[in-house]
Design a protein around this ligand. Structure first.
Ligand code: GLU
Length: 487
């Protein structure tokens, strides 16, 4: 077979939606699996709705996901002449004809057929005008319509949805060029898929109904159509089409939430595709990018609607976080802390060491990257607040100020400052003063992290280091003294 060429063709009228990202991913996987070419094409012919900043955002999201393209981005807005030439060629072959109906006329007809509960379809007013009649109307703005044969049927074999046939009489004579000279989606897409030698069109099932029209256009120009593969719709948990109502729908929003690109990719891959079982005969859910490339096939894509399970994505993200290799972990944590403004300016080797120890300590508990800059903040910076709930719960005892002060003093001289000795030191103090060790542990945890829940206290102490620990315990003691009500 000749070289496989696929394309992802977003319209820059919004951010990259998870559905679009899944389409991009399947095209990318298919191309990489077959050693083919992945083309990126920006379908920006709708000048009113397309925005350059959305193109930038879409490219950024694709890059963040690691979906690299081999050709493009091509911009449809730069190819308008080509589309007009194709339309004229179709007219020359009598597969297209000028239509002089005005938007008002069409609107009135549509309203009438709706009132009579007839499905609206262009009625062919201009379809069979004679040359003289056309000439007489030439002063009116004209659109170009495709002439759908009035008998017969059009069919194609979809790789996912199987053999699809429609009666031509159910298709309308669709517009190719609007009266303002703008090409329609159908015209641009067929011209481009032809010129870009696209072998497989892999796109959302919402385009299934467009495909017979495009197949007819290929017939009209006597070119073989590409192979089509339509991907199942993505639904929300309530089985309605996924929308903002359900939660975040753009790739950028998930990035903001601290989702890892590798987790999102893996999650999206499973929205419609069932990977083959693993060597142990078990179903696989966690697959690396390379494993996906190796295993991907259109035959294993299902036509049943896929449900976007937000909980599963959260779970998958924490799985990925937990298993992230150290270097990658540090790279993503650094980025996260930088955007939260708490990454030190030029950390020296010691500081780097400490940041890494902190990241590793948080790694197994984190569900997303935000957990490093929010709940885990105190492990990276001295600028953190005490969570009022934690304070309310664990800083109740009147004697705590003095206890924390004393703990600070003892820890400041402790040798060695390690897990065993720090714990022994705290427990000894608690026992001497007749308070439960748990009470002191909880109070110290709030002092060191600002939180009620954090990794093990003594591990936190080691990450922070002796001086910081003593300093924070004193700071907490001061706070308690300042805020205690005189009894
Ligand atoms: N630009 C179209 C869209 O964003 C895609 C067209 C196609 O894949 O044929 O839905």
């Amino acid at each position: 077979m000749s070289e496989i060429r696929v394309r992802f063709a977003p319209s820059p009228t919004g951010f990259l939606h998870v559905g679009g990202a899944r389409t991009a991913l399947y095209n990318w996987l298919f191309a990489r699996h077959h050693g083919g070419v992945f083309v990126l094409r920006i379908e920006d012919t709708d000048a009113d709705r397309s925005k350059p900043e959305l193109v930038t955002a879409i490219l950024e999201s694709l890059q963040w996901l690691g979906l690299d393209w081999d050709e493009g981005p091509y911009y449809q807005s730069a190819r308008l002449d080509r589309y007009r030439r194709l339309a004229i060629e179709l007219e020359r072959r009598d597969w297209a004809y000028p239509c002089f109906c005005t938007p008002d006329e069409l609107q009135a007809k549509r309203a009438r057929s709706e009132a009579e509960r007839r499905p609206w379809k262009y009625d062919g007013t201009c379809r069979n005008l004679s040359a003289v009649e056309r000439q007489a109307r030439r002063h009116r703005p004209l659109a170009l319509r495709f002439r759908v044969p009035d008998t017969g049927e059009t069919s194609f074999d979809d790789k996912v949805f199987g053999h699809i046939t429609v009666e031509n009489r159910d298709l309308e004579d669709f517009v190719l060029l609007r009266s303002d000279g703008q090409p329609t989606y159908h015209l641009g897409v067929v011209a481009d898929d032809l010129d870009m030698r696209i072998t497989h069109v892999i796109r959302g099932a919402d385009h299934l109904s467009n495909t017979p029209k495009q197949v007819l256009m290929y017939q009209a120009i006597e070119a073989p159509p590409p192979t089509f593969a339509h991907l199942p719709l993505i639904l929300g948990p309530d089985r309605q089409r996924l929308s903002k109502r359900h939660g975040a729908t753009s790739v950028g929003a998930y990035r903001e939430q601290g989702i890892l690109p590798e987790a999102l990719l893996n999650f999206l891959a499973l929205l419609g595709w069932t990977p083959p079982k693993g060597p142990d005969g078990r179903e696989r859910e966690i697959l690396s990018r390379d494993e996906m490339v190796l295993a991907f096939s259109l035959e294993a894509v299902s036509k049943s609607n896929a449900v976007f399970d937000f909980e599963k994505l959260a779970w998958m993200n924490s799985e990925y976080l937990r298993h992230l290799p150290r270097e990658r972990l540090m790279a993503v944590v650094e980025q996260e802390l930088k955007s939260a403004g708490i990454w030190p300016e030029r950390p020296n080797a010691d500081e780097r060491q400490r940041l890494q120890a902190a990241a590793l300590l948080l790694q197994s508990r984190a569900r997303n990257l935000r957990d490093f800059s929010c709940a885990g903040r105190a492990l990276f910076t001295d600028e953190f607040d005490y969570d009022p709930q934690a304070v309310g719960r664990f800083w109740k005892e009147g004697s705590l100020a003095e206890l924390l002060e004393e703990l600070a003093q003892r820890l400041a001289r402790l040798e060695p400052f390690d897990l065993t000795e720090t714990e022994r030191c705290l427990r000894a103090l608690a026992e001497e003063r007749g308070v439960k060790a748990g009470v002191l542990i909880n109070a110290a945890r709030v002092a060191l992290t600002g939180q009620a829940v954090a990794p093990g206290l003594f591990e936190v102490m080691l990450v922070l280091g002796r001086e910081r620990v003593a300093q924070r315990l004193r700071r907490a003691a001061d706070y308690l003294r300042r805020n205690s009500r005189p009894s």
